[in-house]
Design a protein around this ligand. Structure first.
Ligand SMILES: N[C@@H](CCC(=O)N[C@@H](CS)C(=O)NCC(=O)O)C(=O)O
Length: 87
């Protein structure tokens, strides 16, 4: 589905009520499943495809550790910076 992001589609009330109350993209829709947050989407796709999944509890925590690090330190700042420079 096309998202008119640059015209603020993710910031309007319709997006929040119909798609994602967190007001963000990406959102994955797969059958009756609707997910936001890239880390959760990756976890779902891993489970669905059986690829890149953890074999042990230690591996699961290691995957979560990197997903949370990426969300907090990488995506948060670098994606915003790239967006600002790109425009
Ligand atoms: N933690 C979220 C971050 C998603 C995010 O920052 N999305 C941006 C676009 S890349 C967004 O929708 N921003 C909406 C806004 O700033 O109004 C994730 O990992 O999915």
């Amino acid at each position: 589905m096309f998202v008119n992001f640059l015209n603020g589609e993710t910031r309007n009330e319709k997006w929040r009520s119909d798609v994602n109350e967190q007001g963000e993209a990406p959102v994955l829709e797969h059958g009756s499943v609707k997910l936001s947050q890239s880390g959760v989407i990756l976890d779902y796709l891993s489970e669905l495809t059986g690829r890149f999944s953890a074999g042990t509890a230690d591996e699961r925590r290691e995957i979560l550790r990197w997903i949370l690090f990426d969300n907090h330190k990488f995506t948060c700042y670098y994606a915003t910076l790239r967006f600002m420079y790109g425009l």
